[in-house]
Write a protein that binds this ligand. Structure first.
Ligand code: IFM
Length: 464
């Protein structure tokens, strides 16, 4: 079977980078090895009723032992980049104190497996697995957590200095806050609604403090945000206001301080200008951590509609918001039910450029992909046509954003492996490589072969 696209793909700029990503709790397993401490995800996943299939990340994809196989899969794909995250509790089991040698050794082996195959490592320091000991002291609601993160970042900066170019600090702080602290569907399972907002500020402060530690050791700094273009359900003023409000919350609250050194106007939610948790000097620390590379994770747009002011919102996604969030009418959906709208990627990138102008750093697409209900056929082959179509559409949309003048360094597919998809457990498969969770056997799907052919075509210059 050939895996070339039906329509030739446009040619990406010389030096454009291709890669695949993972995150520690979703793939590593080995949660009791090397003295690793407990994370909020260990505690949450072991709490009955939290995970759709009652699974945990205790073993996940067993990448703690099979990292070399994963590096080989990335190499065979032709990846320039491999994005992974470091498990904070593997380095500091209690979230403070010296680095555990066994933890560093694991990442040392992973870096070696990647560099010996010519792959550039793109580490992220934090992909949601806070040491439980810090959560017990208030987690991201506690300002001190930002300082503990800076301590951890300093340890990792020592380790990465001279070995990688760029270290990303946080992954999707808005999603972590919304699902973990406001709604409670993710770890640590807190249901604070808008009371969670200080957790956004403390994550930004953590980023700013960590950025200084990384730069002091000659490293470049990145941070990956999840972005969604927000569309109004209609041209009615209430819907337009709703779209503006949700855009502010999802796309601006955690980006404006980083790139512009100021908070977006939250008066629409009834908040004052300078909440007490924002201390004097914080915005300076945060904006001096303006990333050298902005990670953009894109999955889908959101439609926002104004609420009848007399009707209470019953949507589980409401966060107590003064409006309602919906899917995209008429759009096909992934197995997760997320609308498939490739042009949303062009739209959000162009919006970021218009919004931030010269303050927008070069962008790396740090996540993009979809879950599909793919199963192997009798020969063990996974024909995940839906994922190929998804990736094809989004990669074309990305090219359009580049044509429109957005500086994009590369594209990292989410994800290399089927993995532990948080509260969905192993029920949602996002990988371009199938993982059998009983044997941990890895089988590249058709989408893997398709992406491999695409990367080869782009390198050989034969793309149309
Ligand atoms: O699997 C997650 C990832 O950890 C963060 N971004 C979204 C992905 C799909 O839900």
């Amino acid at each position: 079977m050939t895996h070339t696209p039906a329509r030739p793909l446009p040619r990406f700029p010389e030096g454009f980078l291709w890669g695949a990503g993972t995150s520690c709790y979703q793939v590593e397993g080995g949660v009791h090895e090397g003295g690793r401490g407990e994370s909020v995800w260990d505690r949450f996943a072991h709490t009955p009723g939290t995970i759709a299939d009652a699974s945990t990340g205790d073993e996940a994809c067993d990448s703690y032992h099979r990292y070399a196989e994963d590096a080989e899969l990335a190499a065979e794909l032709g990846a320039d980049l491999y994005r992974f995250s470091v498990a904070w509790p593997r380095i500091q089991p209690e979230g403070t104190g010296p680095a555990l040698e066994a933890g560093l050794d694991y990442y040392d082996r992973l870096l070696e497996a990647l560099s010996s195959r010519g792959i550039t490592a793109v580490p992220t320091l934090y992909h949601w697995d806070l040491p439980q000991a810090l959560e017990d002291q208030g987690g991201w609601l506690n300002r001190e957590t930002a300082y503990r993160f800076a301590e951890y970042a300093a340890l990792m900066a020592e380790f990465f200095a001279g070995r990688v170019e760029t270290v990303h600090t946080l992954n999707e702080p808005f999603i972590h806050l919304a699902l973990g602290y406001a709604l409670g569907t993710h770890a640590p399972g807190r249901t604070l609604g808008f009371e969670a907002l200080p957790g956004a500020h403390h994550q930004l402060l953590a980023h700013g403090l960590a950025a200084a530690e990384l730069r002091a050791r000659g490293l470049k700094v990145g941070l990956a945000h999840n972005y969604t273009p927000v569309r109004a359900a209609s041209s009615a003023p209430a819907d337009i206001a709703a779209a503006h409000a949700y855009d502010t919350l999802h796309n601006r609250v955690l980006t404006d301080p980083l790139l512009l050194g100021e908070y977006a106007d939250l008066s629409v939610f009834g908040f004052e200008d300078a909440p007490e948790y924002v201390h004097e000097g914080d915005l300076k620390i945060i904006s001096s951590g303006r990333p050298d590379v902005l990670g953009v994770n894109y999955y889908n747009p959101t439609t926002a509609a104004g609420l009848d002011p007399l009707a209470a919102s019953t949507s589980p996604l409401s966060l107590g918001l003064p409006f309602e969030l919906r899917g995209v009418e008429g759009a096909p959906v992934t197995a997760f039910g997320w609308p498939i709208v490739p042009e949303g990627l062009t739209e959000i990138l162009v919006t970021l450029k218009q919004r931030y102008g010269a303050a927008l750093p070069p962008v790396l697409i740090t996540e993009n992909g979809c879950s599909t209900l793919d199963e192997p056929d009798q020969d063990g082959v996974v024909h995940d046509e839906g994922r190929i179509e998804f990736l094809d559409g989004h990669i074309r949309a990305l090219h359009e954003a580049i044509e429109a003048g957005v500086d994009v360094l590369g594209y990292v597919v989410w994800t290399l492996l089927d993995n532990f998809e948080w509260d969905q457990g192993f029920e949602q498969r996002f990988g371009i490589v199938r993982v059998d969770f009983d044997t941990f056997a890895r089988t590249p799907k058709d989408s893997y072969h398709w992406l491999r052919a695409l990367i080869q075509d782009q390198r050989s210059g034969s793309a149309g």
